[in-house]
Design a protein around this ligand. Sequence first.
Ligand code: NAD
Ligand code: WQD
Length: 343
Amino acid sequence: MESVLLTGGMGYIGSHTAVELLREGYDVILVDDLSNSSADVLDRIESITGVRPKFYQADAADHEAMTPVFRDNNIGAVIHFAGYKAVGESVQKPLLYYRNNIDSALTVLELMEKYNVQRFIFSSSATVYGEHNTPPLTEDLPTGGITNPYGWTKYMIEEILKDAAKANQELSVVLLRYFNPIGADESGLIGEKPNGIPNNLMPYIAQVAAGIRDHLNVFGNDYPTVDGTGVRDYIHVTDLARGHVAALRYSRTHTGAEAINLGTGNGVSVLQLIHAFEEANGIRIPYEIAPRRAGDVAEMYACPDKAEKLLNWHAEKTIEDCCRDSWRFQKGIADELRVMRSR
Ligand code: NAD
Ligand code: WQD
């Protein structure tokens, strides 16, 4: 049987994609070095789906460690999630980000060539649209003008992949440009678990709701947007995961490199998200207006038409679903901590 390899498969988006693929009956293999995830995710995937996927703890950039993964399995396609993703950290440690993100993509591509694997789906990001494009963002817009090394790694890997697809006529590359993934599987068993102080809005809101932080700082209320706060395209991670299932299906009959947005097409402001969370969960989120955050743009949202046309996919869940499911997962973490402390 053919397997789908998920590098970085124990992480936030990878674990949700594993669940959706298993639900659809795919054979799934996970590789992760656990640099930003934990081993218990495997148990949780098994609890949700009833299937325990094969797991290799390995650095995807390590040729030697990755060889058995390709040699000992019949891999039909790779979904490459592995990489570091903290924007601020990438400014402090650019070499670490360039090394890990680019090297892991290159190693996987080299092994795919060696073992004749011809389908590659890449976790790209809306960040490749940079600061100079006006939403709704369409895939034909020029990429670049990015404000941090993390974003440049996505840009550079996209270029590498386009060249690889030009050189190999059999290769199918799908560049999935994610907008802002939030939410969690309905089970509440897997979700986003940032280390330390969250950088992203939804995990921060969830920690304020849990009483871990006393208030949220809203970064700027003088943007030219609906209420002055930043607007983003928040997409439920389960919708995003299903977008990967659709991309995998598409890659069976496709060759070349195709960039496809995975977003909802709807812009939601920071204040709108806070209020949606409050409504959905009946919890008040105290916030204060703070200065703008360096590198932020006023508005970003997808044109989702290409994904509908090529993948026959669109996001289905609402912002209320996102808020309810993020909170269910966060509450689960708090309950586990309480149980651990009481032991
Ligand atoms: P995540 O950190 O939860 O998952 C990434 C996983 O990759 C982690 O489990 C980590 O341990 C693993 N990893 C990192 N380097 C590795 C290496 N060299 N070898 C093996 N495993 C390695 O992040 P996520 O939110 O699930 O993001 C998945 C992918 O999607 C990343 O490439 C990220 O850049 C991209 N992306 C994320 C977002 C977002 O907002 N979450 C948006 C756009 C794109
Ligand atoms: C969303 C909005 C903030 C935190 C980042 C990466 C991007 C992609 C997704 C990977 C903005 C505001 C935030 C807070 C706030 N990741 N905010 N207070 O910046 O759109 O995207 O994650 O590819 O590359 O840049 O997401 O969740 O950080 O911010 O007011 O404490 O919330 O200013 O308007 P962002 P975010």
